[in-house]
Design a protein. Structure first.
Length: 115
C-alpha cells in the first residue's frame, strides 16, 4: 500500500526542535569539532577556539550524561607538564558543564567522559 502524499505546495508551519550534544554560552569561543574519542570509550571530544583575537570566557555545556571534563591534547592524551593550557578550566559540580577562559585565538580540546 502507498501512503497518501501531503498536498503539493503545503509548507510546514513548525519544525521539530533538535538538541545538540554540546553548546557554548557566552564569549567568542566557537566549537570547531565534535567527535567520539579514538579509544572507543564512548567519550566525546570537543575542539574549541577563540575566534576574535581577545581573551574570552565561556561555558561548555554537555547535553548528555557526563561524568567529568578534562583538557587533553590534540591526540586526546592528558596534558603533560609545560603544555599550554587554557587560562581557566573549572568543571561545574553538577557535571553538566565546564567554565573556560581562553587566550586570543587559542585552540583547546576537551574530553567529556560519559557517565
Amino acid at each position: 500500500a502507498v501512503a497518501a502524499a501531503p498536498a503539493a505546495g503545503v509548507v510546514p508551519t513548525s519544525l521539530p526542535t533538535a538538541a545538540g550534544l554540546v553548546s557554548v554560552h557566552g564569549g567568542t569561543v566557537r566549537i570547531e569539532a565534535l567527535k567520539l574519542a579514538d579509544d572507543g570509550s564512548g567519550d566525546v571530544i570537543v575542539r574549541l577556539y577563540e575566534s576574535t583575537g581577545a581573551r574570552a570566557a565561556t561555558r561548555l555545556e554537555a547535553h548528555l550524561a557526563a561524568d567529568r571534563f578534562t583538557e587533553v591534547d590534540v591526540l586526546e592524551r592528558p596534558l603533560g607538564e609545560g603544555f599550554p593550557r587554557s587560562i581557566a578550566f573549572e568543571p561545574e559540580a553538577d557535571g553538566r558543564g565546564v567554565r573556560l577562559v581562553l587566550r586570543a585565538f587559542q585552540v583547546i580540546t576537551v574530553r567529556i567522559h560519559r557517565a
